[in-house]
Design a protein around this ligand. Structure first.
Ligand code: URA
Length: 299
């Protein structure tokens, strides 16, 4: 499949550094330009969003050291911590929401304002019917206050990237003809790491069962993993030594998490300060759309 763009539109995208690769024909060129303009408008990320490393430093390989077993992550003890609720793997959507809201399994609960479960179409007590699941890293300052993922500058860019795929977040009231809301957005961590530091492996391990249950209940057709923490968290059981693989090398292929196709891309906060990679991000979105071409439905 190829984009149905005329000569002028193609020239415009070329001018912006966007390589046209593949996309379902339903993607309108106007949406493409909206999204890519947003990527191109260099908005300085706030400190709250500046922590993402799309291309981690190459791991230093210690010379001639005997292989060591990976340390088992442990959660820092803090007053008031409690074990994660039992039975997450069997929870229905409302119970899962309540479990996240009341979670005190790691020290992040002591500094958070709100937990951030995720956002999608409202479906009463059922998990919303979505085709797309977007997984980011962790709530930042704005998300911690709002209790909703991706509401800051990175979120604005994400919204524009979604719009280019004819998707919008489920709780967005603006009606856009032909734009679907069958998408759920969440993060690896449901609580904000203080001062927006990177997630700690023990915190990721504590939160992982929540994300796993979200995937089981949502049954998305495609997962878009944004940034290295989302990629590593989702691919740790299927990609050997995924922690050592730069994000760029996880792109461009279709991975798998619980039987759901996973496409890896750059985190929007990284794209805000690394404009050179915006065309690659568009390639990733096109790959995701081509994996599941039927998922783009009219609203
Ligand atoms: N970055 C993320 O990864 N998630 C958010 O919710 C906000 C910023």
């Amino acid at each position: 499949m190829s984009l149905d763009l005329d000569k002028r539109q193609r020239a415009m995208l070329r001018e912006m550094g966007v390589r046209i690769w593949q996309a379902p024909p339903v993607v309108a060129a106007s949406d493409l330009s909206v999204a890519m303009n947003s990527v191109a408008n260099h908005v300085r990320p706030s400190r709250a969003e500046a922590r993402f490393d799309a291309e981690p430093q190459r791991p230093q390989v210690a010379a001639a050291r005997a292989p060591q077993a990976a340390p088992v992550p442990t959660v820092a003890r803090a007053p008031g911590l409690q074990p994660r609720p039992a039975g997450i793997e069997l929870m229905a959507w409302p119970a899962l929401q309540a479990a996240v809201a009341g979670c005190r399994a790691c020290a992040l609960c002591t500094s958070r304002k709100n937990t951030v479960f995720g956002v999608g179409p409202v479906a009463g007590d059922a998990a919303p019917a979505v085709d797309w699941l977007i997984v980011g890293e962790a709530p930042g300052e704005n998300e911690d206050i709002a209790g909703e993922p991706f509401v800051g500058q990175a979120g604005k860019l994400l919204d524009n990237m979604l719009l280019a795929m004819r998707l919008q977040r489920g709780n967005d009231d603006a009606a856009r003809p032909g734009v679907a809301k069958n998408i759920f957005i969440t993060n690896v961590l449901k609580c904000r790491p203080p001062a927006n530091r990177n997630p700690d492996p023990a915190e990721v391990a504590q939160c992982a069962p929540y994300l796993k249950r979200q995937v089981e209940l949502l049954q998305p057709k495609i997962i878009l993993a944004l940034g290295k923490f989302a990629a590593q968290s989702l691919l740790q059981d299927s990609v050997p030594e995924v922690q050592k693989i730069p994000l760029g090398k996880l792109r461009g292929q279709v991975h798998n998490y619980l039987g759901v196709p996973v496409v890896v891309s750059y985190h929007p906060a990284y794209l805000l300060r690394s404009l050179g990679d915006k065309a690659k991000a568009w390639d990733d979105l096109c790959l995701a759309m081509s994996v599941a071409p039927t998922v783009v439905r009219s609203a």
